[in-house]
Design a protein around this ligand. Sequence first.
Ligand code: DGP
Length: 258
Amino acid sequence: MPAISLSNSIFRSFRRISPNQALNSHFGLKFALKCMFKYMENHHSNNSKSDSRGALIVLEGLDRCGKTSQTSRLVSFLEGLGHSVESWRFPDRTTGVGQMISSYLSNESQLDDRAIHLLFSANRWEKRSLMEDKLRSGTTLIVDRYSYSGVAFSSAKGLDIEWCKAPEIGLLAPDVVVYLEISPEKAAERGGYGAERYEKLEFQKKVAQSYNMLFDASWKIVDATLPIEDIEKRIREIVLDCLITCQKGKSLSQLWSC
Ligand code: DGP
């Protein structure tokens, strides 16, 4: 016990002082040790508590793959079970950076490919510490698009994939990435491609190829052409498993692992 040997050595150093001084010192020492033990106890329990946290769940896929509706279904389901859960999405168009991205996506402004890539990344960075606070306080985040969209969409333009990953390094790594898989042709058939910059079949084909290069152990592929309830069920299974693991205690890690 390091605390006891510490106290012994402190007592030894008090041998030559007067009884009165020793008495005062003894109580002072006892108090100090009590504080130290209390600190160690708190420190230990804080550490074990801090490993229990909410899960970071990311949904990814091509435009029109159904991420947004699955995100809201999942959030309602988890809320119904009494979990603390929030729905997030990137780009977050509510921030200053997000508004620049939004105007770029709707073709109201033009930007260099690398400049817009860095803005998308900055948009994630500006939410990073809030994200960590939420997770550590036990809130699960269901995030519609994340760094993988960043890399897939920008590298589909021809930018080097490693260059695209670089600004994402240090962001929190998701506990699970649910990839809603659909062919670009099938997604285009779903209609609803709006006026936004990337909603074009040829470009989405390239995005699909880029996504293929990003798959890692945290990815779960779900067939996005299944009936909506089947997709929902599959996602629930994946997410509940992950939630339990994070509640039991799992440390947060950072991108980019692969
Ligand atoms: P959404 O709000 O999910 O419809 O996304 C808007 C569009 O922006 C969509 O076509 C995907 C694309 N996108 C999302 N995140 C990024 C990113 O980080 N970088 C790039 N280049 N495109 C992204």
